[in-house]
Design a protein around this ligand. Structure first.
Ligand code: DX5
Ligand code: ZN
Length: 225
């Protein structure tokens, strides 16, 4: 099956006073990306379980929860239980074996995602990733929207792609941070499947048109099957 690029707009750049309308505006996206920040793991605070539950109840697209929080073992399963499609925890925040947490997330009915910050090497998590469904490669330091893309993380994307294409891993490769019309092609060429885009989608006059345009741009840059 040929790969197709998928877009996950990040609600971090949406109007928090109108979350239901903001999810309706991106109904043709693949996932909606929800950034949960706890002011400990990252220097910013966004929203937590009650708000994600409210978004889950109205969203026309599956939720992709990106948990930038400490103690994910304690907090992450609740997001799976409330119905999030994919729940991603940071490798740097796990205190135990991330595989145990992946098991818990899957048992609660979600896909399990592992995120790595720009400075975190991929190598040490390759075996762990065999138990995950998504790998989220951060292309900015987590914490804020609207930052500049860090092209140096694409080496990790290329390596993850190689591991998937050779059958060693079976997961979606996701990228998050600074994805827009200027950067999406390089990310697509490197092997990303799922593109998170906050300001590039919600900063556009027509978010739906921005999604279509990013998707088409990525598709053109995908290596031929
Ligand atoms: C940053 C968040 C991102 C953010 C991306 O820590 O994880 O999801 O919303 O925003 P843009 O696309 O504007 O860089
Ligand atoms: Zn994110």
């Amino acid at each position: 099956m040929p790969r197709r690029p998928m877009i996950a707009p990040s609600l971090l750049s949406a109007d928090f006073a109108r979350l239901a309308e903001e999810t309706a505006r991106i109904a043709d996206a693949d996932w909606v990306h929800v950034d949960v920040m706890d002011a400990h793991f990252v220097p910013n605070l966004t929203l937590g379980e009650p708000v994600v539950k409210a978004i889950q109840a109205v969203s026309p697209v599956p939720l992709d929860c990106h948990l930038m929080i400490t103690d994910p073992e304690r907090w992450a399963p609740a997001y799976a239980e409330l119905g999030a499609h994919n729940v991603t925890v940071h490798a740097e925040a796990c205190t135990g074996d991330p595989r145990d947490l992946a098991k818990d997330l899957r048992a609660a009915g979600a896909k399990a995602g592992l995120a790595i910050k720009p400075g975190t090497p991929l190598e040490q998590y390759v075996e762990v990733l065999r138990d995950f469904d998504t790998l989220l490669v951060m292309s900015v330091e987590p914490g804020f929207g609207g930052q500049s893309f860090m092209p140096e993380v694409l080496d990790k994307v290329r390596e993850a792609r190689r591991l998937v294409d050779t059958g060693h891993l079976e997961l979606l490769v996701e990228i998050d941070g600074g994805i827009n019309a200027d950067t999406i092609e390089a990310a697509a060429e490197a092997g990303v499947d799922m593109f998170v885009a906050g300001s590039a989608v919600y900063g556009a006059d027509d978010p739906s048109a921005a999604i279509a345009s990013l998707r088409a741009q990525a598709a053109r840059a995908f290596p031929a099957a």
